[in-house]
Design a binder for this molecule. Structure first.
Ligand SMILES: Cc1ncc(COP(=O)(O)O)c(C=O)c1O
Length: 354
């Protein structure tokens, strides 16, 4: 994200720096913590009332995914992931010796949807669903009927869901994020929800994420596998920045979403106009656009093509799953002029104009 952070965040960090002391984090005098800031914010934003005692603070969301996979499944167990997928989720499953069971999203021609029939078949013999909601890279915000269908399958097959909701702040009206755990209590009790201020408030380098466990049993199991000595600790700079983001930076976020929403419109319009043949469904959320470049015939890996011919670095391709070959992912969290220049370069290169 190219936007300077919110003033309250900068001030919180400056206040830590001004003390010239970087000792271990100490409980704050006002009792505020990342866990209570998260719990209160979920209540304010989504009407999701959660107990801060069931929130654990970790160094990042990918660590949370990996530790949950380790805690709630065994080697060679099947783990279901909707593909295309943010690559670290796929890698974690592989690195921990679990079996990746891909359930590709269905492209309806206007958007990507959960393939519920595919999911029903995919879950057989698996222990867990790794869910990404809103979804990276497609930007889909799954709707209540999709989440309810997921709930039926998860409950019927006695599964645990790890729901990575790191993009939940970045949803464009009229769409609204519905936390998976809020869909229904039975599903909530088997859901671990992951979140962080890192994507929406531009804090990714500071390292802090949270995991909320939907039941005491899940939290206890996690704690027994990962005592603090194994997890490590988050720095006081990061804790203070995250609290400032969640308690005091909503105005900044609303402004950032305004810019991102306009960038999203410009990007989708320009892809349609200037990259004929490329297909981009307007993302409901995130600052990521998932673009199908297969008809452009740019070679096996379009990210390599755009890097080479346009000097534009994009992610995409088979790191996101087998069905992602021929796609690129554009990050549009930049100043409009920068995004314009990126699109000019991509269009010129794809049109053979370089
Ligand atoms: C879905 C998703 N999960 C996790 C992350 C990474 O979060 P962290 O840096 O906290 O591991 C990202 C970053 O892009 C993401 O898109």
């Amino acid at each position: 994200m190219d936007f300077p952070v919110a003033d309250p965040i900068q001030e919180a960090i400056a206040s830590v720096v001004s003390r010239r002391s970087y000792g271990y984090p100490w409980p704050r005098e006002d009792g505020r913590s990342v866990a209570t800031a998260f719990a209160d914010r979920m209540g304010r934003k989504f009407g999701w009332e959660i107990d801060a005692q069931r929130v654990r603070v970790l160094t990042d969301v990918v660590q949370a995914v990996a530790t949950c996979v380790h805690a709630f499944s065994d080697p060679r167990d099947g783990i279901v992931v909707q593909t295309p997928s943010y690559p670290p989720l796929l890698r974690v499953v592989d690195l921990l010796g679990r079996r990746l069971v891909a359930n590709p999203l269905r492209d309806t021609g206007t958007r990507f949807e959960l393939d519920i029939d595919g999911l029903r078949q995919a879950v057989s013999g698996t222990r867990m669903v790794l869910f990404c909601h809103p979804h990276n890279p497609t930007g889909r915000v799954f709707e209540a009927h999709e989440l309810e269908a997921l709930r039926d399958i998860v409950v019927e097959h006695d599964l645990i869901v790890v729901s990575d909701e790191i993009h939940a702040d970045l949803v464009y009206p009229p769409r609204r994020h519905l936390p998976l755990a809020l869909v229904d209590p039975e599903l909530g009790a088997r859901t671990v929800t992951l979140n962080s201020a890192s994507k929406s408030f531009n804090l990714a380098g500071l390292r802090c994420g949270v995991a909320h466990f939907g039941s005491d049993a899940l939290a206890e199991r996690f704690d027994s596998c990962f005592p603090p000595e194994l997890l490590g600790h988050v720095s006081n700079v990061s804790l203070e920045a995250t609290i400032a983001a969640w308690d005091s930076s909503e105005k900044w976020l609303a402004d950032a979403l305004g810019v991102l929403g306009r960038n999203r419109e410009m990007l989708v319009e320009r892809i349609r106009r200037d990259l004929p043949g490329a297909v981009c469904h307007e993302p409901d959320a995130t600052y990521l656009a998932w673009i199908d470049c297969r008809a452009l015939e740019l070679g096996a890996e379009p990210p390599a093509f755009f890097l080479d011919r346009a000097r534009v670095a994009l992610k995409g391709g088979t790191d996101f799953g087998d069905e992602a070959r021929g796609f690129v992912r554009v990050n549009f969290a930049n100043e409009p002029e920068v995004l314009d220049a990126i699109l000019d370069r991509m269009a010129a290169a794809a049109g053979g104009d370089t």
